[in-house]
Design a protein around this ligand. Structure first.
Ligand SMILES: *Cc1c(COP(=O)(O)O)cnc(C)c1O
Length: 368
């Protein structure tokens, strides 16, 4: 047992996992540094808040909190099926899409299995796979920081059970075209589950992009993940979902906690899905924010990477952890990419115009 002070035998594959470090919460920064009016651009949240219709629905749902939620999420699954044009039997709700990643690892992996994923990408794939005792094969991104689908397919062997893809990819904002994905699926054995995480689907502007969700009936080994945490502005509510073949939902439902989507989560998500006005406004604010930030960084001579998401990487040319600390002191929370293998990059998401200005001002001062 590695560095385990307890007498309780915890498996090595658990002790070898480093806990996920989330973006620093605003309250924590303000408590530690004694500052106010800070700005958080570190967790790709919606700077507009949440849909007022969702908040009203959550308020109304509070009267039903003494009852267990509908374990089958009937209304929300029907709304999602309608929204996506897929079969409601092929939808599983999660306490955030993080939980779906965990459930997939639980039902598909036994110790010694292999999982293929891009690197860097979303860390929960690695954590959940290793938590199930699997061996992770991390495939580096290509030179333009895109997922190397060719190489990912090549790495699949007869012990591979899951391939994770993230499109657009977090933390790079890069994407792959639908045509390339269809070719990729042709090359993957139907015994290997391909998980496509589309957490940032709503922000994509490139017409070569397309969701993989409509392929789930054709490929029983395909799972597509979505979330209400980003474009829908409901990160604190914890609701995400997976779209998949109904045979796969039946497998996941064997271990899913029956009440994993709370009463307010189900009500809020249904209302959020119906509030297209708020969603479109949120997407427009993000696009305007990204364009304004790119234009300003161009003027400042600071290098950044193109994105299809609501966040992007900035090459600050200095140790990212130091820039992160210096920005914190100015009340701006960004994400250091040092632990993702990019020692000189930070990641930020688009905020409101005033928040973007605060970021640019602080970055200019820190780099001066
Ligand atoms: C934010 C994010 C999620 C969403 O997680 P939730 O648990 O639904 O909040 C999933 N995947 C990626 C790549 C993300 O960046």
């Amino acid at each position: 047992m590695k560095d385990n002070p307890m007498r309780i035998p915890v498996p090595d594959h658990i002790m070898e996992i480093d806990p996920y470090v989330p973006g620093k919460p605003i309250e924590e920064l303000e408590r530690e540094y004694g500052i106010r009016d800070s700005v958080k651009l570190a967790s790709n949240e919606n700077p507009m808040g949440a849909s007022p219709l969702a908040l009203a629905a959550i308020g109304e749902a509070l009267g039903g909190l003494h009852r267990y939620p509908d374990g089958g999420c009937f209304t929300l699954r029907a709304a999602l099926a309608d929204h996506l044009g897929v079969d409601g039997e092929g939808i599983v709700l999660g306490n955030g899409s993080d939980e779906i990643i965990g459930m997939l690892a639980t039902v598909l992996l036994v110790p010694g299995d292999r999982v293929v994923m891009p690197a860097p990408s979303f860390l929960m794939y690695d954590i959940m796979a290793r938590g199930a005792g699997a061996l992770v094969d991390a495939v580096p991104l290509d030179e333009s920081l895109g997922i190397d689908l060719e190489e990912m397919a090549r790495r699949v062997d007869d012990r591979t059970r899951i391939v994770f893809l993230c499109n657009p990819n977090n933390p790079t904002g890069s994407f792959y075209a639908h045509a390339a994905f269809e070719q990729f699926m042709q090359r993957i054995p139907d015994t290997v589950v391909v998980v496509v995480d589309e957490a940032y689907f709503e922000f994509v502007r490139d017409s070569r992009y397309q969701t993989a969700a409509r392929l789930c009936l054709r490929y029983p080994n395909l799972v597509v993940l979505r979330t209400f945490s980003k474009a829908y502005g409901l990160a604190g509510l914890r609701v995400g979902y997976g779209v998949m073949h109904p045979e796969m939902t039946a497998v996941i439902n064997r271990i899913r906690q029956p009440f994993n989507a709370s009463v307010p989560a189900q009500a809020g998500a249904v209302a959020a899905l119906g509030d297209t006005v708020f969603l479109q406004r949120s997407i427009a604010v993000v696009h305007e924010g990204i364009d304004a930030l790119f234009a300003a960084l161009d003027r400042m001579g600071i290098r950044y990477f193109p994105t299809q998401a609501n966040f992007f990487l900035v090459d600050v040319g200095l140790p990212a952890a130091e820039v992160f600390e210096a920005m914190l002191k100015k009340g701006v929370i960004v994400r250091s990419m040092a632990s993702y293998g990019y020692p000189h990059y930070i990641r930020i998401n688009a905020g409101l115009p005033a928040e973007n200005e605060r970021f640019l001002q602080a970055l200019g001062e820190v780099l001066a």
